[in-house]
Design a protein around this ligand. Sequence first.
Ligand code: PXP
Length: 262
Amino acid sequence: MIELGVNIDHIATLRQARRTRYPDPVLGATLAEEAGADLITLHLREDRRHIQDEDVRRLRPVLRTRMNLEMAIAPDMIAFAKATRPQDVCLVPERREELTTEGGLDVLGGFDAVRAAVAELEACGIRVSLFIDPDRRQVEAAHAAGARIVELHTGAYAESADEASSGVDPGCASPTAEATRSASACARELDRVRVAASRAHALGLRVNAGHGLNIGNVEAIVRIPEICELNIGHALVADAVFVGWQVAIRRMKSLMLAAREP
Ligand code: PXP
């Protein structure tokens, strides 16, 4: 089985662009569950650029699946999570000026703070995931810090896969040197995810993945058997502009299920 976590952040991004009441991310979550989402993911960022505290509070009691709250390691965020009680918390690095979550959490570098945050949240019955780069040392540090889950950052893979596929010209008999370079970068990044997933699984960790995934690049990630859950947001909201929110979710879910079939 592979689960789809639908990230609703960018429904809120659209709302915040005009400071309107719509589109409502809570309605987006309900419709996503109806369309086959296995969980709902949302990121309460320090600058509140999309999801607001009130969105999380409104969403918590109406979710029929489960909530995966992404947040930075900060005392106010930990207090908020303890009060709101999502089923899962995914700890992510955060820099105010970044466009999105660029790079995984440095568990090795901030080991004591990560371990303390994991212990505090787990003590409240919240399952903790660490969003890390697909790197063996980070996987081992996540395990040592007491996390039960790692979410492997697929951003570098996704970027190289998208680049490789954009360089392929169906009318051209042989690929350009550029396309060949992108294809080998993509294979390298995919291998990093595979190796990290296998190490995490061997340590007894649940393995999730996400970032930059879309219908053009998701299948290779789904075929990594240790991966249990994918968290996808931007591409689903982008596809929804043209085909509708529920169609975009159903299409992603069926692609994932088909790619997982033996
Ligand atoms: N997983 C984590 C931990 C993230 O921070 C994000 C981006 O908010 C995602 C998954 C989803 O990434 P995308 O929006 O590129 O699908």
